[in-house]
Design a protein around this ligand. Structure first.
Ligand code: AQP
Length: 340
């Protein structure tokens, strides 16, 4: 089993030691939602100062489900603008596009040769895709976790900030790495996931994980009116029928999300428990707070997306910065595997 790693401030005595390396990838697959931010991006931002942070917009992965070249190009840039708008600082971290460091495809191929197909066939995401999109069950979907393992260890990262939905993939990355190390000698650290305080954010349906493909998202950089509409559509405590019924904040997704917006969630929960407030009031407040919280990021996003050359330059610089790490790993792996 994978151990959850709590990552916090590094003590002063180790602050001068080389910073451990972290890596995470995010798909350029459309509009960012609250699950992405609370579950992963907040940790990207938090960890970029204390760790050597490498973040990648994984367009090769996105090709397993996006077959529109224009959409992919546009979304890749939009995701870069989103991450920077939410707080990634290219001076502090390395941010680039996966395909701009194509060494990753070589490492992924080399990893396919140590990865049993049965491991890939049992991944939950693959099983789900086999069920939901039999018309486009491409090889990339099966090999997705191999490429993901290559993404992480190409840079010899040991920590990976992700949401809990990625736990099975991460476990598979660890297995691939263990197997490689056993066959060819100790080469890679086994990557560990790092979770936020909200490792699984539920969608507006209050039951399933917030996810674009399920259409149950709150789009954090949307106009306030869209955020309001999405929050107002949220399912609350299903046992609270009448306005005068006491609510159960522990099971109400709206109340849970209040934990992350404003420091007064306990008093909001008390209002629900005593029926002093109704679900509609609590939702309106949440919508206002989410919109206000992300308003500055939305402004930054609009500025960045209006300056595509600047975004592209930052991404190109990030890919250059990653080059020596990728080259060194590939040279080492070739040597170990007998590729001349
Ligand atoms: N609901 C969530 N709760 C916590 N973390 C989440 N993440 C995604 N949804 C939640 C985390 O966000 C990071 C980026 O994920 P991704 O690249 O898989 O992004 P996505 O395509 O935006 O995720 P979706 O919406 O779930 O996409 P579909 O519906 O296409 O599968 C990851 O670290 C992920 O864990």
């Amino acid at each position: 089993m994978t151990a959850d790693v709590a990552v916090s401030a590094r003590p002063a005595e180790v602050a001068s030691a080389p910073r451990p390396r972290i890596f995470s990838g995010i798909q350029p697959s459309g509009v960012p939602h609250l699950g992405n931010d609370l579950g992963a991006i907040r940790n990207y931002v938090r960890l970029q100062t204390e760790y050597e942070a490498i973040y990648c917009i994984v367009d090769y992965h996105a090709l397993t489900s996006t077959h529109s070249p224009d959409a992919l190009r546009q979304r890749t840039r939009e995701m870069a603008a989103t991450l920077m708008a939410l707080g990634l600082d290219p001076e502090r971290c390395t941010l680039f596009v996966q395909s701009h460091r194509p060494e990753v495809t070589e490492l992924a191929w080399l990893f396919t040769t140590v990865t049993p197909v049965s491991w890939l066939e049992r991944t939950p995401t693959y099983k789900e895709k086999r069920q939901n999109q039999p018309e486009d069950l491409n090889h990339g979907l099966l090999a997705y976790p191999v490429l993901q393992a290559a993404d992480i260890v190409l840079y010899k990262a040991s920590l990976v900030p992700v949401g809990k939905d990625q736990a099975a993939h991460l476990e598979l990355s660890r297995e691939i790495v263990r197997r490689f190390n056993a066959m060819y000698g100790e080469t890679f650290p086994e990557p560990q996931p790092v979770y936020t305080e909200a490792p699984v954010v539920l969608g507006t349906d209050g039951v399933r994980k917030m996810s674009k493909s399920l259409g149950n998202t709150i789009e954090i950089l949307a106009e306030p009116e869209t955020i309001r509409r999405q929050v107002m559509s949220m399912v609350t405590d299903t046992k609270r029928i009448l306005r005068t019924d006491p609510g159960r904040p522990e099971v109400c997704n709206v109340c849970q999300l209040h934990r992350f917006f404003g420091g007064d969630y306990e008093s909001i929960w008390e209002g629900e428990r005593t029926a002093r407030t109704g679900c509609v009031d609590t939702k309106k407040l949440l919508a206002e707070r989410i919109a206000a919280h992300y308003a500055p990021a939305r402004e930054r996003y609009l500025e960045l997306i209006a300056a595509p050359d600047r975004v592209d330059r930052i991404l190109a610089e990030g890919a250059e910065r990653a080059r020596p790490l990728a080259a060194a790993t590939i040279a080492e792996v070739r040597q170990r595997m007998g590729i001349r």
